[in-house]
Design a protein around this ligand. Structure first.
Ligand code: FAD
Length: 287
């Protein structure tokens, strides 16, 4: 079922990633099966920017597994380092698998990433998928502004292009200060962006994750968050619990503020996903 048809109340969704070369596919599939048993509204599956055959295959296979578990999948698709043919091949594969919802992204400019016409921005990819038809298209948004942009105001003007090109829903980058999300939501409303916006929440459950998050997406760490990390650094179980509690606090405030949905970057960890789901599923109401 298309994600936009599930929006009878605030959504709760999870993100999973396919096995990387060195990882055991079996353990990842088991973890995702456990996440599916929570019955989230949907589970999204990431895509390795580059569009190689193997990258396409691992994403499509995990998407099919999620479908077999009885949960709606959302397949990520990127256009950096990808030709028109590669993009179309991925869309064909998704169509063959019966997938109807995609999260259309540019992809990160890491390791010499190349952007070539027709895909210079995610909006180009969105327009291409919309023209082809057959898919519900979601896109990414950034509560603190995308790192390449001149700030969130600038970024939101480009976000409008993605919506105008055919994105019918948005999922946000992770953030640790809800004020940033509310500000972006306000800017979106002013820009005339009327599609649902889900808040992306990353439960940080170990210290290495903090460094990775900051270097990857440049997320700001508010004093309340840094205090938690400093206090429990060196005590893995305490940091694990504190990170989950921090995410639950963020989600409780977002749901009370009428957010359209919560997308948890669950990192294939069913225990984290389950603890968060148990704490917040009774709070999901009409947006
Ligand atoms: P764009 O919308 O193209 O924006 C990128 C930058 O270009 C921004 O600074 C924007 O302001 C600017 N811009 C946009 N349009 C224009 C324009 N017309 N003219 C000038 N500037 C413009 N990456 C992966 O590789 N795989 C994944 O599975 C994946 N999943 C993600 C899921 C979510 C929910 C999010 C938030 C991110 C995900 N990413 C993933 C990361 C994403 O690919 C990067 O953040 C990437 O750098 C930007 O992607 P985008 O689709 O937002 O790009």
């Amino acid at each position: 079922m298309p994600i936009n048809e599930l929006r009878k109340r605030q959504l709760f969704s999870l993100e999973a990633f396919p096995p990387k070369k060195e990882q055991s596919a079996k353990s990842i599939y088991e973890a995702v099966s456990k996440m599916a048993r929570l019955h989230p509204d949907y589970i999204s599956v990431t895509y390795g920017a580059g569009g190689s055959d193997i990258q396409q295959q691992v994403t499509v296979d995990l998407v099919k597994h999620i479908q077999n578990c009885g949960v709606a999948p959302l397949a990520h698709i990127t256009c950096i380092n990808s030709s028109l043919e590669q993009v179309d091949r991925m869309l064909d594969r998704l169509e063959e698998a019966g997938v109807r919802s995609v999260l259309a992204l540019r992809g990160d400019k890491v390791e010499g990433g190349v952007l070539e016409p027709p895909f210079l921005h995610a909006s180009d990819l969105i327009a291409h998928i919309a023209q082809r038809g057959g898919f519900e298209i979601l896109a990414a948004c950034y509560p603190e502004g995308h790192p390449d942009s001149d700030g969130v105001e600038d970024d939101v003007t480009y976000l409008k292009k993605k919506v105008d090109a055919g994105a019918s829903g948005l999922i946000s980058q992770l953030f640790f200060d809800n004020a940033d999300f509310y500000r972006m939501r306000e800017l979106c409303a002013r820009e005339g962006i009327r599609v649902p916006i889900e808040a992306g929440i990353m439960p940080v459950v170990n210290a290495a994750q903090v460094q990775r998050m900051v270097s990857l997406c440049g997320a700001k760490l508010p004093p309340k968050f840094s205090k938690m990390i400093a206090r429990y650094d060196g005590n893995p179980q305490a940091l694990y619990d504190a990170g989950i509690n921090y995410a639950i606090d963020q989600i409780t405030d977002l749901l009370a503020s009428g957010v359209d949905g919560i997308h948890v970057y669950a990192m294939n960890n069913p225990d984290v996903a389950g603890r968060i789901f148990d704490a917040v599923h009774n709070l999901l109401m009409t947006a």
